[in-house]
Design a binder for this molecule. Sequence first.
Ligand code: ATP
Ligand code: MG
Length: 541
Amino acid sequence: MGNFIEEIIDADLAAGRETEIVTRFPPEPNGYLHIGHAKAICLNVAMAKKYGGKCNLRFDDTNPVKEEDEYVRSIIEDARWLGWNGDIYFASDYFETMYDAAVRLIKKGKAYVDDVTPEEMKKMRGTLTEPGIESKYRNRPASESLELFEQMRNGKIADGALVLRAKIDMASPNINMRDPIIYRVLRAHHHRQGDSWCVYPMYDFAHPIEDAVEGISHSICTLEFEDHRPLYDWVLKEAEFPHPPHQYEFARLNLERTIMSKRYLKKLVDENFVSGWDDPRMPTIAGLRRRGYTPSSIREFCERIGVAKANSEVEAGQLESCIREELNAGAPRAMAVLDPLELVLDNVPEDFCEEMDFEINPFAPESGTRKIYLTKKLYIEKGDFAVVPPPKYKRLIPNGTVRLKSGYIIKCTGYEGTPENVTRVHAEIIEGTKSGHDNSGIKVKGVIHWVNSRAEKADVRLYDYLLIADDSSPDFNDRLNFESLIEKDALVEEYVAGAEKGASFQFLRQGYFCRDTKESGLVFNRIVGLKDAYNKSGANR
Ligand code: ATP
Ligand code: MG
């Protein structure tokens, strides 16, 4: 069974109301795209694909104040990366068509020029229970409105002094239909049109016309536009666009502990709370990409959450499982030590270097094994050694044993430093326990990862959500997570140090990591943690 949009399309095709399916993704270029936009892109692209139609990328650039070319470039890049492939349009290219449509409305007595201020407009609008009040200019002759509208366009009217309003119904139960403003005077430099316009159309008037011009068959938007649909239909009918498109609404994506507003994300960037729109903590497409998410994992997420008619909040873990499952199946395994502690094997010679087989990915046996080398001096995690172990501790303790992943079982013979601050661990290999060749019958409870003396230094970044879990305040400012980034001076295998930028790995017992694409040094971003404990994946070998 398809989603409800597919049912609508199927019915339209069957009844012959539509023959070609054309959808669009219409971002306003006032910020970078986020995971919510990904849902809209995936849906529109999927519909076009399923029905052999097309999906336009259309910049809704009708508000000159907040728009920038940087955003246009990033949006194109991000939409392509997600799998969109189609034609690019700019709503501002239709300004002349919109102006003509407004003139048609005035001539028909369906629009008039008014001098209301925003405050008056608000007062006269009425409430849900009371009708609005008609403006004294509502019935001025069309010729007068036409003349004034022309003056508005020709720069003869001061910003905000006059507006063009649709003449619909001040008593409509739908407040959006109470003579909404459709044009305003505004002197602002437009990113594409420069200074050629000083009147700008309002969203509710512009959007249906943009859809009509492009021959959109199904204009899919989020639920908050449901109450605007009557106005959408009114504009197309009264401005006499043939074969008008139709609008359908679906629930927007809300993700736990995630900010889904460009305006607020921009604030985080402007105030340097994050390093930029592509900070790996950002829920932007650019941020997710840099974090190590793949387009397929995001598409899978959008597929899984589905398309509904009612708003809800999706668990953040759902997005994470999509990339985790993908990387679990495909990413090579490697070892990195995030909090290094030196361990010396005292019963091997100084130049000891023994080859071990390391499984590249136990879930992809065809990927085989690679060689790793055990040296006399190793590094293990500080947390994998305890002088005074907590209950149920399965790692190394004085006189205890543990297996080095893919290597030998070792026995701890001592340590340097104090119990609280161990500076070096001493251990011995137990002969005959080499991984894969172990007939010793010795049982150990724990397996720990390690790196050898050739390991390289790396900056490993661990991330948390930008918002704290407590969502009792509606204000994001009260919910900012000041511990969303932890940096580790880690040591990584040589194999990992040679990785290309953007390459992903599972660092055993630590999670999935991606080499940062922007930093020049060796920097790894943690994409997600491991859900399953290390030992469950059969690593005790
Ligand atoms: P924001 O509030 O983040 O600025 P927006 O809705 O103003 O978002 P637009 O650029 O106008 O951003 O959005 C382009 C398209 O993306 C619209 O069709 C909008 O409905 C859709 N969209 C935006 N946010 C979401 C979301 N969270 N879930 C699904 N679709 C979304
Ligand atoms: Mg918007």
